[in-house]
Design a protein around this ligand. Structure first.
Ligand code: ZN
Length: 227
């Protein structure tokens, strides 16, 4: 066999794509993996899945437990901008999806998924973002990140800014409450969900031993929720 006609992987990849002017997809022109439709490239006797290769070449490392998924739902595409890291669940969705996201996965947690969720956290994704990516509920994700499900003793939850309030925000919330603002007003002023505000005012979250709890539930939703 003659040696590869391309000097490196990047050239091999870029020499065999056709860019779709409408979608921007980089469509792989050579062979694809049977049943899955991913582009396949053999270079120096090694076989690559083209979308994974593209992600590694142009975006960066693919951490263990994560999959490279397509935003464009076109398995042949290897445009790095159309690719994102997700869990096994995303990948399955990716393959059967034909429109919106199914936000209520029936899939149960397993060690691989927990690992994927933790990897997304290490990449700096907030719980909300992980929810959007994986479809798992925020409560479930919180449990995984708190190491309550399939614990990984080396994992420490790195809270992203979106998950954390600053000390100033917490103080401000308590001050607004002391100044007589209703809970829903505090939510609006601070742009924070009712339950989070309530947990701060109940001194459950961001506990401060000097804080006197004077929180009372508002009539309506929050009253029904608090027993
Ligand atoms: Zn694409």
């Amino acid at each position: 066999m003659a040696k590869s006609k391309y000097p490196d992987l990047k050239t091999a990849l870029l020499s065999n794509i056709e860019v779709d002017p409408n979608t921007g997809c980089w469509n792989w022109q050579k062979s694809v993996v049977q049943n899955k439709g991913y582009g396949r490239l053999t270079f120096k006797k090694k076989e690559y899945h083209v979308h994974r290769l593209s992600y590694e070449l142009f975006r960066g490392e693919i951490k263990d437990g994560l999959f490279v998924c397509h935003k464009c739902n076109n398995p042949r595409c290897c445009n790095p901008d159309h690719l994102y890291l997700g869990t096994h669940y995303d990948n399955m969705q990716d393959r059967k999806r034909s429109g919106g996201y199914d936000k209520n996965p029936k899939e149960k947690l397993n060690p691989a998924i927990c690992k994927g969720i933790r990897e997304l956290n290490k990449l700096g994704k907030s719980v909300k973002e992980i929810n959007g990516i994986t479809g798992f509920g925020k409560t479930t994700i919180n449990r995984v990140l708190k190491n309550e499900r399939y614990p990984d003793k080396n994992f420490v939850w790195k809270k992203s800014r979106a998950d954390n309030l600053t000390e100033n925000q917490v103080t401000k919330i308590r001050e607004l409450h002391d100044a007589g603002h209703q809970n829903h007003e505090i939510c609006r002023i601070m742009g924070i969900k009712a339950r989070r505000v309530a947990d701060i005012l109940k001194n459950i979250n961001y506990k401060d031993s000097d804080y006197d709890v004077t929180w009372i539930p508002e009539p309506g939703k929050s009253a029904a929720r608090s027993k």
